[in-house]
Design a protein around this ligand. Structure first.
Ligand code: GAP
Length: 494
């Protein structure tokens, strides 16, 4: 039976991955904390993201910025006016996301409709409030940002940023000077974003405070039809579902990068689509058939996008789910900030001699949604070995290895096991476990996705070898202690 969000919620809390925030006070809808294992997993994921995306170009750097921003930032970006969600209000006074209500009742996506269109559909299909069962009486839009009063006794209002993206945009001019006036220029940010979601649900899939990893690539729009490294990804086939193919193609089809270019997608954009797929499939090890690039139509696209593909992973309970996006935001944001701040965002490109406002391609990823997806895909509650197994990749697992003494009442075995543990713990995430039987220790290690278990036994004292057991296959082999580090290093980078 496929694992549900409810099963995962219980498991995450029991093991220390994720649990409700302010839990001793009953929790707060849409707010979650990461426990000791969840934090390790999330940090590993963020580190892989950094290595991969910052490694794409020498001129891509990470910045760290304030979470509360000036009100005018969101005037300029359009969030004050447009960052709204449709809300369905029932006779009983309950508020529910109107597009999600329609989606659940009618089984397809309903983004981009006007409130009136949504209300008409709700009435036509006699859809009732899912909580009280009463009639829906109105659909209207509400802004999703959190205002913050700045200082005491003032009327100064700031906003918790609803996306990390605005920080790189407002810092663009300064960073462009600091990064020696070179395009393309990338500013990456892994940080918190805040949205007053009407119906937060499904654990960390829809929260009110969450982490985004976003890379803003500023580039010359006249060069959108080229990318210097395009040949590197030319032979790749991408899992895509194009707008025009939704009725013909079930989940996605494999398309060459050339075929996508013939569909009027520029090379610069297709290059990053391919790189994103590489990250999900090769770096993270998402199964090929569970990942797709889903193109949005004009009504569904975010208000700032010209081209917009969602990056989706198929989850056990929820089917294909948006985890991130590749957004061609044009000069929407920089022009907006130029208009409202009076600060010139136009640059004078020394190489071409041209003056222009750079355009932006944004690679966006929800770190919490991706963490959830990785755990959802890794969770095996029906493994033959009789305990839960978390099939995480060694690069992501909270612990790469665990060291066990076969017995704990033989000082020589314990001393050897401690020696092995001390040898590994400096370079690898490793824990020591001597409680219960070795079988129980294997089970505990499996449940948190520990890639390798290392058991020190009596023979280790004579032959200098230990038993190395693989999480996924449960295969065991004898390995020399002197070779352990190299073996683990090899696995880690495989
Ligand atoms: N800067 C672009 C941007 O923010 P988005 O599609 O609104 O685009 C990007 O958000 C990603 O952030 C989503 O694909 C999703 O993974 C994550 N995300 C958005 N809202 C979220 C929420 N309420 N809870 C958890 N993750 C969320």
């Amino acid at each position: 039976m496929a694992v549900t969000t409810k099963d995962l919620a219980t498991f995450f809390k029991k093991k220390g991955f994720i649990y409700p925030s302010s839990d001793i006070y009953g929790g707060v809808a849409g707010l979650y904390d990461y426990g000791h294992l969840g934090t390790k997993l999330k940090k590993n994921l963020e580190e892989l993201w950094r290595k991969f995306f910052l490694g794409l170009d020498d001129n891509f750097f990470e910045i760290e910025t304030a979470n509360i921003m000036h009100e005018n930032v969101f005037k300029a970006s359009g969030h004050l006016e447009n960052f709204t969600d449709p809300v369905a209000i029932s006779e009983s006074g309950h508020f529910e996301r109107a597009d999600h209500l329609l989606e659940r009742a009618l089984g397809k996506r309903f983004e981009g409709l006007t409130p009136k269109e949504m209300m008409d559909l709700i009435e036509k299909n006699k859809i009732k409030c899912p909580v009280s069962g009463t009639k829906i009486v109105d659909v209207k839009t509400v802004n999703m940002m959190f205002p913050v009063q700045l200082g005491v006794g003032t009327k100064n209002t700031g906003y918790l940023r609803p996306e990390t993206a605005q920080s790189p945009y407002v810092n663009f001019k300064l960073q462009y000077e600091l990064q020696r006036r070179k395009l393309p220029m990338g500013l990456a940010l892994i940080g918190r974003a805040y949205r007053n979601e009407i119906s937060p649900r499904n654990l960390t899939l829809r929260q009110r405070e969450f982490t985004q990893a976003e890379l803003q690539i500023f580039f010359d729009p006249s060069k959108i039809t080229e990318h210097p490294d395009f040949d590197e990804i030319k032979a790749e086939k991408l899992n895509v579902l194009l707008v025009g193919d939704r009725d013909k193609v079930k989940t996605f089809q494999k398309m060459t990068t050339e075929a996508l270019i013939k569909k009027d997608l520029p090379k610069f954009y297709v290059y990053y689509l391919a790189k994103i797929q590489q990250f999900y499939l090769k770096t993270l090890g998402i199964p090929e058939e569970k990942f797709r690039l889903y193109q949005l139509d004009d009504k569904e696209k975010a208000f700032y996008n010209k081209y917009h593909f969602d990056l989706e992973i198929e989850l056990n309970e929820h089917g294909f789910t948006e985890i991130g996006g590749l957004h061609y935001r044009t000069d929407h944001d920089l022009s907006g900030h130029q208009r409202i701040s009076g600060e010139k965002m136009e640059i004078h490109d020394e190489e071409s001699g041209k003056k222009f406002i750079p355009h932006v391609l944004e690679i966006s990823m929800g770190v919490d949604r991706l963490t959830y997806a990785l755990l959802d895909l890794a969770y095996d509650g029906e493994a033959e070995r009789g305990n839960i197994v978390l099939n995480l990749s060694p690069k992501l697992a909270p612990f790469l290895c665990a060291v066990f003494p076969l017995v704990k009442n033989k000082p020589e075995v314990v001393a050897k096991a401690r020696e092995v543990y001390n040898l590994l713990k400096g370079g690898y995430s490793c824990f020591y476990d001597d409680s219960g039987s070795v079988g129980r220790r294997y089970a505990r290690a499996d449940e948190i996705g520990t890639s390798y278990c290392i058991t020190v036994d009596f023979e280790s004292l004579d032959d200098g070898c230990v038993t190395l057991r693989d999480l996924k296959t449960t295969k065991q082999e004898r390995v020399k202690i002197s070779e352990l580090k190299n073996r683990l290093f090899g696995y880690y980078f495989a």
